[in-house]
Design a protein around this ligand. Structure first.
Ligand SMILES: Nc1ncnc2c1ncn2[C@@H]1O[C@H](COP(=O)(O)OP(=O)(O)OP(=O)(O)O)[C@@H](O)[C@H]1O
Ligand SMILES: [Mg+2]
Length: 525
């Protein structure tokens, strides 16, 4: 209780969810965004915790009249009533042993209202280990609970440019510092910069932090992609089933009546493998399809020929990425290690190949974790709406959806925390989203997205949703079991470098001109 200051007295309590109080003339600094407490009448010591939503110099007409009348009766001049400043408070809940409950009784008019000092605020909002930012409009730091993040999953949602990947970067820094390995599914190649220190030293200093790159970041990317990599991403093609090939060959899959050339080719390759012990790659599949096509053409079987050509058209362009080989890389059992960030950089890889890579490695992670062959792990899934889409929007992602659902459904004992990231929360499978207990919500304007957020998260009031629409970049509404009390949080600056800077048009133009100057020397001018 020490350090608490009376800032005013309750004026009106129209409901258990709100009250107003008159700010005392000698009260220190109090204004919008501050947290205050007042006794909850008849509750045996509970307190109502509220947030100042608005402040007005509005004097109640009744009071004004009374004072004016009194002045006239006494013959003294009517006093200046401007001093009466009234704060409107939204009650967040009733505090009982540091936890928030539903309020049962409205604040009693004339009871004193206390402003919560920062240390008390910090205690209230933070019971975890992961330092993610400060309570908005305050200096109180916010910590999230690692345990809840890892056992009950989280979602980072918000429109493009709202600060999701940046926030995920902060989470990764914190999680990995506690020794928990992280696996990032990174469709845009934004997370390789985790090993570099942030160039924003000044801002970090203001937060009492220093730039620091992570020591142990290992990046995997397909050999044929333009992404940064230490090691290649490859999959043992022998392990892919026909449904995986159907994802890889959408044109063929669309021709419903087409002969099952893929099935035949795979059967042939599998037979060979069983007899001769030879593994096969995508090259072998394409080669056999080509032979198949030739044979069909020679035999005049045009349906068969066209089906084979369609499969070749789908599959051949994938060869250049060098993903579908006879070996598997990364070997997750070896690389998922305490304190390491493993990045699967899928930048520039066609969607359908990404689907298979994600499905394959998530399945593998799931399997290894359930057999306890890898430690508890934090898995970041960027662009989750592509891998776990809502409804039947994309048949191609059914395989990834089912493994992500399995992952999300696994609970407490499993200890593989999924962090679902999406700029289209309205398009993420609701089963997956509703399993994400902790929600970190950044600016979101689209009504469908807001609706899905409201359905999936607890403690998201109408007022909170309204504010979410207008949040500045880097401010999040955090709710769920990793935080004690839902709160708006200014995300702290990253110690590592952010890889997803909002592109600068003039910089890009300069780069483009330099790159094309050789073909057309006038551009370099
Ligand atoms: N907490 C923050 N502090 C400072 N800058 C931030 C913060 N969060 C985001 N930014 C800046 O805002 C821009 C967009 O952030 P970010 O890349 O995280 O967006 P995003 O939500 O992931 O967008 P997209 O959906 O397009 O991937 C970046 O340039 C980043 O540096
Ligand atoms: Mg992003």
């Amino acid at each position: 209780m020490s350090g608490r200051e009376v800032v005013g007295y309750v004026y009106e309590s129209p409901s258990v969810r709100e009250f107003t109080f008159v700010i005392s003339r000698d009260a220190g600094d109090v204004g919008v965004g501050d947290y205050v407490v007042v006794r909850e009448p008849g509750s045996g010591g509970r307190e109502l915790l509220g947030r100042v939503e608005d402040v007005a110099r509005d004097v109640h007409e009744g009071i004004k009249g009374e004072i004016a009348r009194a002045s006239m009766v006494s013959g003294r001049p009517v006093p200046n009533l401007d001093w009466m400043v009234v704060a409107r408070v939204e009650v967040v809940g009733a505090l009982e042993d540091g936890r928030l409950r539903d309020p049962r009784m409205p604040a009693r008019p004339t009871d004193p209202v206390y402003k919560l000092p920062e240390p008390e605020l910090e205690d209230l909002f933070s019971s975890g280990e992961l330092y993610v930012g400060r309570l908005k409009d305050s200096r109180a730091r916010i910590f999230l609970r690692l345990n809840e993040l890892l056992t009950l999953h989280c979602a980072v949602l918000g429109m493009t440019g709202s600060g999701k990947s940046y926030t995920v970067g902060v989470l990764i820094e914190e999680v990995v510092e506690r020794g928990v390995p992280v696996v990032v599914i990174d469709p845009h190649g934004e997370y390789t910069s985790l090993r570099e220190p942030s160039p924003d030293r000044e801002r970090l200093e203001r937060w009492g932090l220093e730039p620091k790159g992570l020591d142990d970041v290992v990046v995997f990317a397909p050999e044929g992609s333009d992404g940064v990599r230490d090691y290649p991403i490859t999959i043992d093609t022998t392990k892919l089933g026909q449904e995986d090939f159907e994802v890889l060959a959408p044109e063929l899959a669309k021709r419903r009546a087409a002969p099952n050339v893929l099935g035949q080719v795979l059967k042939e390759l599998r037979r060979r493998r069983n007899e001769e012990g030879e593994k096969y790659s995508l090259e072998d599949v394409v080669e056999l399809l080509e032979r198949h096509a030739e044979r069909a053409r020679a035999a005049g079987d045009m349906a068969e020929y066209q089906a084979a050509r369609a499969a070749i058209r789908d599959l051949k362009p994938l060869l250049r990425y060098g993903i579908f080989k006879t070996q598997e890389s990364p070997d997750l059992e070896r690389h998922v290690r305490p304190g390491r960030v493993l990045v699967l950089n899928l930048r520039g890889v066609p969607d359908r190949a990404q689907q298979i890579v994600v499905t394959h490695f998530l399945r593998r992670l799931f399997d290894l974790r359930s057999k306890d062959r890898i430690p508890p792990v934090f898995v970041v899934l960027e662009e989750a709406h592509n891998f776990a889409p809502a409804g039947e929007e994309r048949t191609t992602s059914k395989t990834s959806l089912s493994v992500i659902r399995d992952f999300a459904r696994e609970g407490r004992k499993f200890m593989a925390g999924l962090c679902v990231v999406s700029q289209r929360p309205g398009r993420v499978d609701t089963t997956v989203l509703s399993q994400c207990n902790t929600m970190i919500i950044l600016r979101t304007a689209n009504p469908d997205d807001l609706e899905n957020i409201r359905k999936s998260g607890e403690g998201i009031t109408k007022e909170a949703l309204e504010r979410i629409k207008g949040l500045p970049t880097g401010t999040a509404f955090i709710t769920g079991s990793a935080i004690n009390i839902p709160a708006f949080v200014d995300i702290r600056p990253r110690r590592t470098k952010h890889g997803g800077e909002t592109p600068d048009v003039l910089e890009e133009l300069k780069r483009w001109r330099e790159e094309h100057a050789q073909e057309d020397p006038t551009l370099g001018l």
